[in-house]
Ligand binder design. Sequence first.
Ligand code: FAD
Length: 594
Amino acid sequence: MYRAPIRELRFVIHELIGDRHLSGAQGLADYSEELADAVLDQAARFAEEVLAPLNRIGDVAGAKWTPDGVRMPPEYKNAYAQYARDGWPQLRVPAEVGGQGAPAILGTAVEELWASANLAFKLCPMLSQAAIEAIHRCGSDEQRRRYLPKLISGEWTGTMNLTEAQAGSDLGAIKTRAVPDGGRYRIFGQKIFITYGDHDYTSNIVHMVLARIEGAPAGTKGISMFIVPKVLVNADGTLGARNDVSCVSIEHKLGIHASPTCVLSYGDGEGAVGELVGEPNHGLEYMFIMMNAARLAVGLEGYAVAERAYQHALAYARERVQGRAPRTHASAADEALPIVHHPDVRRMLLAMKAYADAARALALYASLQLDLAEHHDDAAIRAAALARGELLIPIVKGWSTETGILAASLGIQVHGGMGFIEETGAAQYLRDVRITTIYEGTTGIQANDLLGRKLGRDDGAALQAFIDEIETQLSALQAPDAGVARAVKATAEAVAQWRNVSRTLLRSYDETPEAALAVAVPYLMMSGIVIGAWLMTKSLDIAARQHARDAAFYGGKRQIARYYLEHVLPEAAALAKVIGAGGGSIVDADPALL
Ligand SMILES: Cc1cc2nc3c(=O)[nH]c(=O)nc-3n(C[C@H](O)[C@H](O)[C@H](O)COP(=O)(O)OP(=O)(O)OC[C@H]3O[C@@H](n4cnc5c(N)ncnc54)[C@H](O)[C@@H]3O)c2cc1C
């Protein structure tokens, strides 16, 4: 049974990260702690009562392709209808276009609950949100008027159509054609792997399609963005004829079975009618505007599934009786006990929770930066927050999803043989979370982005400013006990090492980019671990001070922070060694000899 970690979310948002920085910010006049708590409570109910019980049903039943379109499990159709009726699609939509204008920090917290409860379901609203943002930010007034109200009400859903067979990580290779036809375009081509590219939740689907206008420059500079609805929309907003786009098949996948992954064929007949969004050849630029939100939304999936897998494994470990307690244990040595009493099982559970807690704190901290970048009154603070938020996004995406996989795998191990058996449900978490390091840019692509773009573009200035602030905060901490003092020391050492490694790697990127990129993923992982340590040290400090107020909760926080700092943080030093050794062994490896 899934229980939304509301107490934990409140702790991170209000006490650790400090959403008070947002009160009174431009466009967030209504935001308050009380409002955030009320939204979280409602979201928790929907996640626990409606979405979570469907997770396994969707895994077993899956989405089904038929010649008349994709059919979703009926329980999912009902859940989607309730989701729309309850107004959830409006949560993150700006107030000026009819949404509730919630800040990213609250949106991230709520989306975690959807992703923990039912990852396959969550992807549909996530993609609609991306389509809404694309049309809102880059579309014309007429396009906003025609498409936004129904997307925002949830009556229609949206998709993002980037990938083609020859164009995955490299979108410059996109071949889908757009042929001018009066004021519109005719789209011809095939898109693959399109999430919720077809379904029967709603009467229409608005596809945001990247294509190349005939005669456009080659590569990334010649890509435009189009709105291509499944059913054409008349000027008065009513539905017209079927457009020339069809779902020719759906993929059979390792996980997220209730999320249809579609092959969409455009223009088998006269060409699908498409409307250009914004200017020709600016399609990838528009995608980049939405990239931060999209990568954050996938990054959170990693720790959301880790949290769910943890809860599942903990419940099993408390029930499954196997073996005797170690001799030093307080209880009688001969008594058979639940496996949670075995130190190694507790180690695995603590590791799962530590990954989830640290990644959650990082994602919510990054969300706050995006909020400050958008809403703060002071332009200098807005610019600094944007630089920091953008620096953190590839780490949120890459590190949270890689550790999400580790956590889900440990969840199986806690179950022993039963973890390998589908009925327990532990395996589904690993199968579902496995995609998160791949879509929305693989971990390798995130690492390239972190090193090449985020550090490379300002010679590491945003990173150095971030490290300066972490160091200032750590040295200002008046450690209330020896545990916090030890944590501050260990974290400060790791942060200093991270600063040095970053400088060296940037230099190496200038001189021998191939060798530097060969160790970009270890660098991304080290960055996640060290930032996680900073947030865990802050948690430990707060927990030590607040312990008397709620001993059960803050006692748990202290335990998990201590585990992280003693068992996860040391990995940063090992990764620093790997990065220091450089990518020579990889660059020198002849592909022919592999
Ligand atoms: C279930 C699912 C849902 C999806 N949903 C959508 C969707 O809704 N819309 C959409 O447009 N797409 C979607 N995708 C596509 C997804 O975004 C791509 O699969 C992903 O970007 C990777 O592209 P690829 O599969 O072609 O892998 P490739 O690009 O072929 O990559 C293969 C390997 O090479 C590595 N690699 C490639 N280039 C580089 C590089 N420059 N540097 C270092 N390493 C590199 C990768 O990291 C990876 O390990 C989905 C995919 C799946 C499986």
